[in-house]
Write a protein that binds this ligand. Structure first.
Ligand SMILES: [Zn+2]
Length: 441
């Protein structure tokens, strides 16, 4: 195809080049725009005491100054936008370690969506879900599995400025055994050679990390009580991913899969379900100790199933549930209770680095529910904030770009009206969301 002279059409590699420099980076909307943001207090994501009467100055996509008001000469001029929140609390943009953007149809099963929807419909829905999540304060998200190239196309669209999205860190398709959890994303791979080839394909397509389905899950034909990959296969995936400079994360519901993932040196464990072969939940202190020793990040995704449980509880309030719903409710309650108990123990007894992720599948934009559950499980609100910003950024390999409010970091910022250190629910409602210097809310 010929383009008219004078019009520079960037080759695809231009966009991929941006990825390599800054994973999931977005073209800044205006490199000269300046924001002066004033707030009652700044909670900067490092765990430090809040800075009272704070002012943050951004230029283009970056934060350039963080000070107490009155301590710094503020820029002036027509390119300067002043945003004053005299009662507001300023924080770094929130980070979600686990989403599935192509879904987002409450009440529908995986199979209904997979069979009913084209990739194009999934892409449109992913764009909507990404924006919904962004408006709820999530300025960076790690996507943990979609079909074909749905999420790669979404990121390309965001980088070209066609859609507005958080920074997107992508696995593309999860690596899974033949017939394994999420096999319909189309990256089934078996054996050492097979999984190495799969990792190479994913990196070729633009993967920032490798997501491994190390046990079965909610996919109809899989068994969530049992590991899927062998240690040998997992080691090959981790080795190949690390060779290519990419971190790994493994979906582990079965206890056996957690053990396998640790043995293989996976960087992050999702869910940490501790589900026994008989389907019961059982915490294993010796595994927790091993996780602590290895320094493996845990993304417990405590809110998975929580909204479904809420809906069933509301239904129950109106009268007795049909047996099938009652069974689902009992199962969901057991799952939520044990997840919270295990999270509390991992944190309190072993100080394991916990990061916050929604595993958003049915609904988007409710990231704060997971933070409330983490706080219920025994983490302090400051620890929850750290887990959802600074620690999460480090865990996802973008700690040098986002996760704290300090000069040089991306201007990804949020403001809320109430003090989240007093009540974490303050993060339910955003007074401002800024993504690389552009105000979204
Ligand atoms: Zn997931």
């Amino acid at each position: 195809m010929d383009y008219p002279p004078g019009i520079a059409v960037p080759p695809r590699s231009f966009y991929r080049g941006v990825d390599r420099l800054e994973p999931g980076g977005t073209v800044p909307f205006n490199p000269n725009a300046v924001n002066v943001i004033k707030a009652k207090a700044l909670i900067d994501g490092t765990g430090a005491k809040p800075l009272e009467n704070a002012v943050v100055v951004t230029r283009g996509s970056k934060i350039v100054a963080v000070e107490r008001q009155g301590q710094v000469a503020l820029p002036e001029g027509p390119h300067v936008q002043t945003l004053d929140f005299p009662d507001g609390y300023l924080l770094p943009g929130l980070i979600d370690s686990h989403t599935h953007l192509m879904f987002g149809v409450p009440g529908a099963s995986y199979e209904e969506i997979i069979e009913g929807d084209s990739d194009e419909i999934m892409l449109l829905r992913a764009a909507r879900n990404a924006l919904t999540h962004l408006k709820s304060g999530v300025t960076t998200l790690r996507e943990n599995g979609a079909r074909n190239k749905v999420t790669f196309n979404l990121r390309e669209g965001a980088q070209r400025g066609y859609v507005t999205a958080p920074r997107l860190l992508l696995c593309g398709r999860p690596v899974t055994i033949s017939g394994g959890h999420f096999y319909w994303c189309n990256q089934e791979a078996d054996g050492v050679e097979g999984v190495r080839a799969a990792v190479r394909e994913l990196v070729r397509d633009g993967a920032d990390h490798i997501k491994i389905m190390a046990s079965g899950g909610g996919t109809a034909i899989t068994d969530l009580r049992r590991p899927s990959y062998t240690v040998e296969e997992l080691k090959a995936i981790v080795d190949e991913a690390h060779n290519m400079g990419k971190p790994t994360t493994a979906h582990c519901l079965a206890t056996g899969s957690i053990v396998n993932a640790l043995e293989a040196g996976v960087d992050m464990i999702e869910h940490a379900g501790f589900i026994e072969p008989d389907g019961s939940y059982k915490f294993h202190p010796e595994i927790a100790e091993r996780i602590a020793k290895e320094g493996t990040y845990i993304s417990p995704t405590v809110q998975t199933g929580y909204r479904g449980m809420e809906a069933l509880l509301a239904k129950q309030g109106q009268g007795p549930l049909p047996p099938e719903d009652q069974q689902r409710l009992d199962w969901a309650k057991g799952k939520c209770e044990s997840q919270l108990e295990f999270l509390g123990r991992l944190w309190k007894e072993w100080r394991i680095p916990i990061v916050s992720g929604t595993d958003a599948i049915a609904s988007f934009g409710d990231y704060c529910i997971g933070l409330e559950l983490m706080s219920q499980a025994g983490m302090s609100n400051m620890e929850v904030i750290k887990s959802s910003t600074n620690l999460n950024a480090k865990a996802l390999g973008v700690g040098h770009l986002v996760g704290t409010v300090e000069p040089g970091r991306d201007a990804d910022l949020i403001v809320v009206d109430e003090d989240p250190l007093r009540d974490i629910k303050a993060l339910r409602k955003m007074a401002m969301v800024m993504r690389v210097g552009e105000r979204i809310v």
